[in-house]
Every structure is written in C-alpha cells, then in structure tokens.
Design a binder for this molecule. Structure first.
Ligand SMILES: NC(=O)c1ccc[n+]([C@@H]2O[C@H](COP(=O)([O-])OP(=O)(O)OC[C@H]3O[C@@H](n4cnc5c(N)ncnc54)[C@H](OP(=O)(O)O)[C@@H]3O)[C@@H](O)[C@H]2O)c1
Length: 324
C-alpha cells in the first residue's frame, strides 16, 4: 500500500480509502467485518463513512467492528442533517455515539445546500474542532469557488480551514478537472475521489449488450443502465485494454485515477470481500504516461467547453502557477 500526505495536515494516510457505504446495505455485519479486517491487514489506514449511510446503520456497524482498532485508522464521517450550526453540532454528537469514538479525524460537510450560510457553517465546524470532536474539517461536492470562499472566511476569523474536498471522479465523470484539481494543487487541498469504479461499471461487473446482473446495484440505481447504454463501446474497449495489460479492470480504473495530478486518495467501495482483492493491488500498479493517455482516449469524456480562446484550457491547467 502506498501512503500519501493528506493536504496541509501533514498526516500520512493510505492512498486507498475504504468506502463503507455498502456496510449494512449490500453486505451484512459479518461481511463488513471481513472487508474491514482485510483492508487493515493490507495497510489501509483511511476509512470513509457518513451519518447518512443506512440512516446511521453503517456508522453503528463500523463502531462495533472497529472496536479496539480505532487508533489504526484515519476516520472520516459526514454531517447528516442540514448544515446550519445546530444540525452540525447535533450530527457530530450522534456520529460519535454510533461510532463509539471520542473524536473523528476528519469531519465533512456532505453536500452544499441552497441557502446555506458559509460563515455559520465554518463557525460551527470551528466549534467541532475546538471541542476536540474532530481533528480536521473538510467538505464534499463543493465547487472550487465555495471552498475558496469558505476558507477565506476561516482565515479571517482564525478558524480551521477545510482541508479536503471529496468529489466524484472516474473515467466518465471528469468535471473535477475543471477548477477543482488546479485549486487543490495550488492550495494543497486533499482530493479524495469517490465512485472510482463508477459503481462497478469500471470493475468488469457489467458486460455491454448483456443483461444487468441480478446481484448488483444496477437493480436499484438507474444510472448504471444509462451509463452502460451510453458508454458500452468504451467500456468494452477498456476491459480489453485491462486484460492486455494483465490487470483487473478495477485495477486499471484506480491506477488511472491515482496517476491524475491533484488526486490524493481514491475511496473504493466493496459489497463483498472477494471484490477487495483486485482493489488493494491497484495501488501498486504503475502506468506509463502513454498508458494513461491511451486509457483516457478510450472514452471521449474530457470536459469540452466550446467558448473560443485560451480560457477553457486555463481552467484545467494544473501547472499555471509555481506551486509550493
Ligand atoms: N461524499 C459523497 O457524496 C459520496 C457519494 C458516494 C460515495 N461516497 C463514498 O465513496 C465510496 C465508494 O462509492 P461507490 O461504492 O458508490 O463507488 P465505487 O467504489 O465506484 O463502486 C463500488 C461498487 O463496485 C462494484 N465492485 C467493486 N469491486 C468490484 C470487483 N472487484 N468486481 C466487480 N464489482 C466490483 C460493487 O458493486 P455491487 O455492490 O453491485 O457488486 C461495489 O458496490 C462509498 O463507500 C462512500 O464512502 C461518497
């Protein structure tokens, strides 16, 4: 397992973050325990969960199976309720109770919402850190301007800054490359990417033209069939390319992400222990620049902005400024 510095915190975490969203959903407590145990045994030290998963059940299960091993992990969870001050302070207390811990390492806003008040949010997160309930704070799904605005507020008041942004990123969803990755590099924001396997579409689980497996998230998530219809040819070519490289498709999908500038860690989900084996090995896969380009070229998914001139490209340029 590789280890990376988590943004400005100076903390070392594993490049693989174990996503627990399926704990208590598609895998029961015993299987969740086996998945967590295997991940820890292979050096994973970064765990992501959320109060919202299973409406608290995932945190409850994680609290039970993590018992006695708390100090081995960098533990992140997320605000469940609204993001006004009262919701944030109530939500962290509920999470700590379910997780059976005194503090989390990282406390995240799950989603920005319409009408939110960044000053109030940052003040509430400051209170969470000051009370020792979280060591660091961050966000998920923030556009770059909102993260910059929030951190400017924090700096003005001497409050803790948002240290990370958790964002969907994979070979098909590449919007993060516009503004967010350049900002992350310039400001040393840790980027933790979710949906790295596109919910299984980049893990060899779905065959273009074939039916949807009965035992899959496609049964409840209509995005999978839609993406399969739209990107079937690219997914077929991707699976073939992975086989030619001697890799499991999920290894190629994760290795491609880990080679993108600005990506700190990939949050990988699993609903069964057997799915974890290729995932763990993915973090040791080295791709050449030509291979990274070849994999990108299998999908016509780079964000295209039709405005003329140089501006669209600047929004994706990661080496525009001399970085620290
Ligand atoms: N902050 C946010 O807003 C946010 C949103 C979503 C997720 N997340 C985090 O990101 C984590 C990962 O998200 P995700 O689970 O949606 O995406 P993912 O990691 O791209 O997909 C995981 C799914 O891929 C399939 N899979 C994994 N390994 C496989 C293998 N070796 N062979 C075949 N299929 C395989 C499984 O599907 P089946 O279960 O169908 O077998 C599994 O549930 C979550 O656990 C959560 O911690 C955060």
């Amino acid at each position: 397992m590789q280890y990376v510095t988590f943004g400005k915190t100076g903390e070392q975490v594993s490049a693989m973050c174990l996503g627990t969203m399926m704990f208590g959903d598609r895998c029961d407590e015993a299987e969740s325990d086996r998945i967590l145990g295997a991940a820890l045994d292979h050096g994973v030290s970064f765990i992501d969960t959320a109060a919202m998963y299973g409406d608290g059940l995932t945190e409850t299960i994680l609290g039970r199976i993590l018992k006695g091993q708390r100090e081995r992990v960098f533990l992140a969870t997320k605000v469940h309720k609204g993001i006004d001050a009262r919701s944030i302070t109530e939500s962290i207390d509920e999470s700590l109770t379910r997780l059976q811990v005194d503090y989390v390492d990282l406390y995240l806003i799950h989603w920005p919402v319409e009408g939110m008040r960044p000053l109030e949010v940052m003040d509430a997160l400051h209170q969470v850190v000051r009370s020792g309930k979280a060591r660091f704070v961050g966000c998920c799904n923030y556009p770059a301007w909102l993260l910059a605005h929030s951190n400017a507020i924090a700096e003005r008041h001497g409050w803790p800054a948002l240290v990370c942004n958790q964002i969907p990123y994979n070979l098909i969803e590449r919007g993060v490359e516009v503004e967010i990755l350049p900002q992350a590099l310039a400001e040393q924001i840790a980027i933790t990417v979710y949906r790295p396997l596109l919910i299984g579409l980049l893990a060899g689980k779905y065959q273009p033209g074939g039916g949807l497996p009965a035992d899959s998230r496609a049964q409840t998530d209509p995005r999978i069939a839609a993406w399969l219809a739209k990107y079937g040819d690219s997914i077929r070519a991707f699976n073939t390319y992975a086989a030619d490289c001697g890799l499991h498709p999920s290894q190629l999908a994760i290795a491609w992400l880990q080679h993108q500038p600005g990506v700190t860690a990939s949050i990988v989900g699993a609903s069964a222990l057997v799915q974890l084996e290729p995932t763990l090995a993915a973090f040791d896969v080295d791709l050449s620049p030509e291979q990274v380009r070849a994999v990108s070229a299998l999908f016509d998914t780079e964000v295209k902005e039709e405005a003329g001139g140089k501006f669209p490209a600047l929004r994706r340029q990661t080496d525009l400024a001399a970085l620290l």
